[in-house]
Design a protein around this ligand. Structure first.
Ligand SMILES: [Zn+2]
Length: 450
């Protein structure tokens, strides 16, 4: 009589690279057994003595925790490469905001989200910190794809002399009904996403803080991304953006602050005091010339820091492998110190650091017994990944993400042998092409000389 399988899924890999109780660890010749959505066993050996419903043998691959992209805007992949090489202010106010007002309807947001998820899943990303609008459509696409997400539906009202932009606001009522729809969802959590201190009034921020605290949900926001933003805040309010958010009660654990490029000593003290977390977006910050966030000081102060790609329109890819490489190198460059951030630190930002920043560290961010089985397998069968002297160096400084062969979330494979299981790549390409054709036509009509 056949015995009942011990595990739903078993993975035998050449290496595992993870954190065990917070400590970085590489182990060779490892078997991981998954039962339901969780990791039930990690042991040395091929695991052949265990009965499994399904088994993957990856003799020259690294088993990694699923990567966590803690700050992105999924639908924006449809604007990839459309408006490059500008300052943040020009890029955002002169190009992106008007384009979004014209094109970013529900259909656009669905197609853009799916296109981004194709890329992310194929690159080993299993969790996203997402901020955009038409969040109902975005959340549905995330659910279909099978990934994990913390979503902040964007709230954005241009204050002062700027014209309000139509079609932007996911109203409080819509956000509330979306939240109740996903209240008990195992992978998707809906919080609030006030766009930035400079696009949201004090009154709205106060309301968001009160509602988010009452409902104990995350707040995702862009903060202190450019020097101009900080200067304007000092002029208008006599406070840095972080001081203003502190005074309005927005800073607390699970308030996730993207960028934080220009902080003062006092700003960092307020982050530490409140337990707010930060997401580092090196590629986007370099591309928009925003500056280099002092991540070393934030980590030294014990502030939770994750890693994000930001949207594809300001990166322009969604690979967290490439982002890890940039993360370490930008800290070295900015500090004039090659030891400022190493490969292990960058790997932590993209995994456990991101989980801590989003408040998910009890469930994901490392491969440990009891945690959710969110993982990817990275094949080492590529010339640029040979030889392997130091695995974390190979993964952070040489891999691109295209070497990922398998990705799973909560024990479910959504990418297997480089094929998408949960998404239909060709139909998503078709939808995206149709939408981008209309964007191109409209741009050509508006700017016939270009
Ligand atoms: Zn952003």
């Amino acid at each position: 009589m056949l015995s009942k399988p011990e595990f739903d899924l078993g993975i035998h890999a050449r290496f595992v690279m993870t954190f065990i109780q917070g400590e970085f660890q590489v182990r060779e010749n490892v078997f991981m057994g998954i039962l339901g959505t969780r990791i039930a066993l990690m042991e040395t050996g091929d695991g052949r003595s265990h009965a499994t419903k399904k088994r993957i043998d990856a003799p020259n691959s690294v088993l990694l925790p699923g990567l966590i992209n803690a700050h992105t805007h999924l639908p924006m992949s449809l604007f990839r490469g459309l408006a490059d090489d500008a300052s943040l202010k020009e890029w955002l106010f002169d190009t992106i905001f008007p384009l979004e007002a014209e094109f970013a309807n529900e259909e656009f947001c669905t197609a853009g989200t799916e296109l981004s998820l194709l890329e992310m899943i194929a690159g080993g990303t299993t969790t996203v910190g997402e901020m955009y609008f038409h969040t109902g459509a975005v959340a549905e696409a995330i659910d279909r794809a099978g990934v994990r997400a913390v979503i902040g539906p964007e709230i954005k009202v241009i204050p002062q002399d700027q014209q309000p932009i139509a079609g932007y606001v996911d109203s409080f009522e819509r956000i509330r009904s979306l939240r109740s729809l996903y209240r008990d969802h195992p992978r998707i959590e809906v919080g609030y996403g006030p766009h930035a201190p400079y696009t949201v009034s004090d009154e709205t921020l106060l309301r968001i803080a009160a509602e988010a605290n009452a409902e104990q949900v995350p707040i995702l926001i862009h903060v202190s991304e450019s020097r101009a933003e900080v200067e304007e805040s000092l002029k208008l309010y006599g406070k840095t953006p972080i001081e203003r958010l502190y005074d309005l009660g927005v800073l607390r654990r699970r308030t996730v602050l993207a960028h934080c490029v220009h902080l003062t000593e006092n700003d960092r003290a307020l982050l530490k005091k409140t337990g707010a977390s930060v997401v580092y977006n090196p590629d986007s910050n370099m591309k928009l010339g925003s500056g280099a966030a002092d991540i070393v000081s934030l980590l030294r102060a014990g502030i939770a820091v994750g890693l994000g790609t930001d949207g594809a329109a300001s990166n322009n890819d969604l690979s967290l492998f490439r982002e890890m490489d940039s993360a370490a190198k930008l800290q070295k460059l900015a500090g004039g110190d090659p030891l400022a951030m190493g490969a292990k630190d960058a790997f932590r930002l993209a995994t456990l650091g991101g989980a801590c920043a989003l408040g998910l560290e009890d469930r994901v961010g490392s491969l440990e017994v009891g945690k959710e089985a969110d993982f990817c397998l990275l094949s080492l069968d590529y010339p640029h990944l040979q030889p392997v002297y130091d695995l974390v160096s190979t993964v952070v400084y040489a891999a691109t993400g295209l070497e990922v062969t398998h990705t799973a979330v909560a024990g479910r494979l959504i990418y297997e042998d480089k094929q998408h299981i949960s998404l239909d790549k060709m139909s998503i390409f078709e939808k995206s092409a149709k939408i981008t054709q209309s964007v191109k036509r409209a741009r050509a009509a508006a700017h016939p000389a270009r």
